[in-house]
Design a protein around this ligand. Sequence first.
Ligand code: SF4
Length: 330
Amino acid sequence: MTGMPIFNGHGAERPPLTIYLAAPRGFCAGVDRAIQIVELALAKFGAPVYVRHEIVHNRYVVEGLTAKGAIFVEELDEIPDTGAPVIFSAHGVPKAVPAAASLRRMFYLDATCPLVSKVHVEAERHYEQGREILLIGHAGHPEVVGTTGQLPEGSVHLIETAEDAARFSPRNPERLAYITQTTLSVDDTKDIVTVLRQRFPAMVGPHKDDICYATTNRQDAVKKIAPACERVIVVGSPNSSNSLRLVEVAERAGCPRAMLVGRASDIDWNAFTNIRSLGITAGASAPEILVDEIIDAFKVRFDAKVEIVTTASEDIAFKLPRELREAPAA
Ligand code: SF4
């Protein structure tokens, strides 16, 4: 068949397309654990289980778990008095949330990613040592709300940009520490930390930042494919911080246009006319099935070949909460 034109289902010729598929992409260990917690709680205790906030920021995942009997709420006061499990999302919660749950004698399971909990512990340690704390992150993101809420109000100051870092005036520059959100842009965070370190040489903090391995690896992988791609699709939801960062990183690394796509039916095909190269990656909360669906949709319209570009391998897994480690009741 070599040299013969290839047609799509509508009789039109399918143009050639190389799809560069970034690896690693998609689910990280924290997301995998959080989803397992909801699924195992449903299997062990039966429906309903209540989940405070989207367990991970992906609509497909949330709809799938809702269909199995999970009920998603934003605050505990939306939950009736119940013996059903209440699960806290992977992003972490302010200390006031488990305190309120205990007061109401709720049976709660914490799906906070252990790498977010690690930042909570850092924040507490700095506070105990009498330091003023800067949190580099995005206002309003649930992880930032959760981390800030580990300590009394006013102990943590949010720094969103290098300009914020240049303007901040501490109580005492000798007693300053910083921590970061786990899903930030590695490069932007480096710039912010550089400004802070120049201004406050005595400031303490992590070696570089608290950005997690999954965020770092996905950004490295998209950086590698972006210069060769006329378009990059990041599979993910608009409220997923690490997915939004992948769009920015792809464009800065040389792709003329990167975009977030929830699933195949959301694709604006006008954005892909006359292209020969496409990059695909997925945020840490996006399931692989959505990536497959998008590749299949391109294969209908293009004579597409897929090249996987791997920049790291991942074999991290986190332990489940003790209550779920035993097998579900028969
Ligand atoms: Fe944990 Fe990182 Fe995944 Fe967030 S993106 S859940 S911090 S591993």
